[in-house]
Design a protein around this ligand. Structure first.
Ligand code: XUL
Length: 535
């Protein structure tokens, strides 16, 4: 946050409707954060009785959230921003982010309700009756395995679904959720005029009319042809009838939806000229927020689980793991998202067992051991892993001949956990087309120099760090600036050009070519051992 409160210039607002709440980030034309505020569903809207923003159902698989709560939160957020002195009248564009995959089911009465929003009333009182499904399935829902199986069978198997839509059928992906609602509640399906995503729904609120689903968030549905960026007729046909009309149009993330509705100009003081730019998913917005802007730009977020995002032109969708999405800031490009479940928790467990709970000692252990660990490998699946997908948990150690051994020395074990995490990311990333030319490290563990050195050596590219976290609302503000610039110039302007004045990231470490060579020659053996463990 800087103290730049210059309101003479243009401001850009990013909104993030996440699982737990709604956040707003206002930036100026110099990329400074002017104001941020947030609403928490559980504490600010306790009447909806959510825990972590969701309702968990008795079957243990179904997880939903009431969309009217998301609506109510928008008014509260804008009230908070107003109370903080938000210069709404200088906001020239707003864009946003939504938790991915969640769906919002609207009756045809939504069209008039959105268009006729009255600034004398609250949003929630005017939109309470527009939902054909009162509790929306969200990304945590895992109740659609049978629909995934059916749709994969209809479309030729997991690899065919990945080739067509960018990912194999996942229980949380919206197409499978839509198939379930059609099968279980055909009446609600029949009453539905529009199925929006969380992202396109919040855009619709602001514009007072249906908003297109953007191609990037649309990639998380198992319904869009990832190459043409249009709804796939085959994928729609095996989901539910008349679905194309209910989904409406799809558009690239820089597209203008329309002007902000008079509800927001009258109530909060937005300018009637303020433009609403298409909203997208939270992961695509994080990619924009980290300013991954050309092929080879990769970010690794070292969090509870580790996530790797990347910008690429030539994806290789996998029927086993990982996601290819249309890129949110480049209509010709793609983005990759790969999640590794055993991230910080695994590093912390090894820090505790092998380095007495001290990050300094953990770092020294890495410094005292050679790149490649003399051929020894450790695989740490404390939790069932996502990449590679396996239910096989435990720790697994191998000597240089690939024979199983009981343990490693503590120093070797500290090195092994970090090496195996990055070797795994390299091999799985490469498997779906990712070839990093530089890496931006974010998240808690990116402060650890020893970890960053191994990352740089494994991938053979420089690693950068910055103040910035993978913030979806900041990314949405950047995308508001990007979409607005494209509109004002009347043509597509590269995101990198619009972002050229943003603060640069600093280089933390360059790779050591000799160490990189060690890892490259170890990689096939590592992948074989990992596969052996994953089963
Ligand atoms: C991504 C996913 C989550 C949600 C969280 O596929 O399911 O990251 O987007 O909001």
């Amino acid at each position: 946050m800087n103290d730049n409160t210059n309101t003479n210039g243009n401001l850009f607002l990013g909104l993030d409707s996440s699982t737990q709440g709604v956040k707003g980030t206002l930036i100026d034309a110099e990329f400074g954060v002017v104001l941020e505020d947030a609403v928490n569903f559980d504490s600010d809207l306790p009447e909806f009785e959510t825990e972590g923003g969701v309702h968990r159902h008795a079957d243990g698989l179904t997880i939903t959230s009431p969309p009217i709560m998301w609506v109510a939160a928008i008014d509260i957020l804008f009230e908070k921003l107003k109370a903080a002195g938000c210069p709404f009248s200088s906001v020239v564009a707003v864009s946003g982010s939504g938790q991915q995959h969640g769906s919002v089911w609207l009756k045809s009465s939504a069209v008039d309700a959105l268009a006729g929003l009255d600034s004398g009333l609250a949003l929630r009182d005017q939109l309470a009756d527009v939902f054909s499904v009162a509790d929306s399935p969200i990304w945590m829902d895992a109740s659609t395995q049978s629909q995934c199986d059916e749709r994969e069978a209809a479309l030729g198997g997991p690899q065919a679904v990945a080739d067509l839509t960018g990912s194999r059928a996942y229980v949380r992906f919206t197409g499978n959720q839509i198939a379930k609602i059609y099968q279980k509640d055909p009446e609600a399906y029949g009453q539905t005029d529009r199925v929006a995503l969380v992202s396109s729904f919040v855009a619709a609120l602001l514009a007072g009319k249906y908003a297109p689903i953007d191609t990037s968030d649309g990639s998380g549905m198992n319904l869009m042809d990832i190459r043409t960026r249009e709804w796939s007729p085959e994928a729609l046909a095996c989901t539910a009838p008349e679905l194309a009309a209910k989904l409406g149009p799809i558009a690239p993330g820089h597209k203008t939806v329309g002007k902000i509705h008079s509800y927001f100009t009258e109530k909060y003081g937005f300018s009637p000229e303020c433009t609403v730019i298409a909203f997208s998913g939270d992961n695509p917005n994080s990619l924009a927020g980290l300013r991954l802007q050309s092929a080879g730009d990769v970010a690794i977020s070292l969090g509870t689980s580790d996530t790797m995002f990347g910008y690429l032109l030539d994806p290789k969708p996998s029927g086993v793991e990982g996601h290819i999405f249309a890129n949110p800031v480049d209509p010709e490009a793609y983005m990759v998202m790969l999640c590794h479940m055993n991230g910080s928790l695994a590093r912390e467990r090894v820090r505790d067992s092998a380095a007495g709970g001290s990050w300094d000692a953990f770092g020294e252990a890495i410094a005292n051991t050679p790149a490649g660990n003399d051929g020894r490998v450790g695989i740490f699946f404390f939790e069932p892993e996502i990449s590679p997908p396996t239910a096989n948990t435990g720790t697994f150690f191998f000597d240089r001949n690939g024979d199983s051994i009981d343990n490693l020395t503590p120093e070797s074990e500290a090195r092994a956990v970090v090496e195996s995490q990055f070797m795994s990311m390299r091999s799985h990333g490469c498997g779906i087309g990712l070839e990093p030319s530089n890496i931006l490290a974010t998240g808690g563990a990116s402060a650890n120099a020893a970890i960053l050195k191994v990352m740089s050596d494994v991938f053979g590219v420089p690693v950068y760090t910055g103040e910035q976290t993978a913030s979806a609302s900041l990314g949405a503000a950047y995308r508001a600036m990007h979409g607005w610039t494209c509109r004002v110039k009347g043509q597509f302007v590269p995101f990198a050009e619009v972002m050229s004045g943003a603060p640069s990231f600093s280089k933390a470490v360059d790779p050591d070519p000799a160490a990189h060579e060690v890892y490259s020659s170890m990689l096939p053996r590592f992948s074989e051992l990992e596969q052996r463990v994953a089963g």
